[in-house]
Design a protein around this ligand. Structure first.
Ligand code: ADP
Ligand code: TYD
Length: 201
């Protein structure tokens, strides 16, 4: 496809939305069409799924995996693919690696099966580049203010498993992932991200 597809991954509070915003601004200043989006909830249907997943009652682990995959399938079909087809840069705050880390590793479903489910949902569409903002779980959770959602309430063991899985995924696919120390300053991280994106423009 004509456009460029970039995802951001990391724990809750790792700094993803901050960096998505800064990268989008920098690309727009360079005259690019940018579509910034997120999962879950990048579409109208997705906003309803997001509400069920983050602010509703208990969801069984397999139903949770299917709902994240349903959000993703609709997101890709209705928003990401059309934007890429017209040549835009699409930046998503979370994509299928989040399902592998949260539902696969942390919820103890089979990671390979969760990955296959998402790959089926998106007909194999992978990002060209995935930034993993790596922050120790304790530090990222201390950055979160306001009321905690259902995933944020899952406990520190859960969030440590999420972090370990993200690092393992990055190690397994070094050509797609760029791992960034998310404890650095916002400006330093933004500079490192620009350096990785520039050659792809
Ligand atoms: P995420 O989207 O990963 O949940 P956010 O970008 O919303 O993370 O950041 C969570 C909080 O941490 C915000 O208050 C934000 O200003 C702050 N923050 C973001 N990046 C950094 C950083 N590199 N160092 C310290 N605080 C940060
Ligand atoms: P969100 O507020 O978007 O993330 P953050 O707290 O990092 O800003 O919340 C999304 C939550 O859903 C977050 O806890 C991660 C989780 N999640 C999954 O468990 N699986 C997935 O596939 C996705 C996309 C998110």
């Amino acid at each position: 496809m004509a456009g460029l597809f970039i995802s951001f991954e990391g724990g809750d509070g790792a700094g993803k939305s901050t960096q998505v915003g800064l990268l989008a601004k920098w690309l727009e200043e360079r005259g690019k069409e940018v579509v910034s989006t997120r999962e879950p909830g990048g579409t109208e249907l997705g906003a309803q799924i997001r509400n069920l997943l983050l602010h509703g009652d208990h969801v069984s682990p397999r139903a949770e995996a299917l709902l994240f995959a349903a959000d993703r399938a609709h997101h890709v079909e209705s928003k990401i693919k059309p934007a890429l087809a017209r040549g835009a840069v699409v930046i998503t705050d979370r994509y299928f690696d989040s399902s592998v880390a949260y539902q696969g590793a942390a919820r103890s479903l089979d990671s390979a099966q969760v990955r296959d489910l998402s790959i089926w949902a998106v007909e194999g569409l992978l990002p060209k580049l995935t930034f993993l903002l790596d922050v120790p779980a304790q530090e990222s959770s201390s950055r979160i203010d306001g009321e905690l959602d259902r995933m944020e309430l899952a406990g520190s063991d859960f969030h440590c498993r999420v972090r370990d899985e993200f690092l393992a995924l990055a190690k397994a696919e070094p050509q797609r992932f760029v791992v960034i120390d998310g404890t650095q300053s916002i400006e330093t991280i933004a500079e490192q991200i620009k350096l990785s994106v520039e050659p792809l423009l």
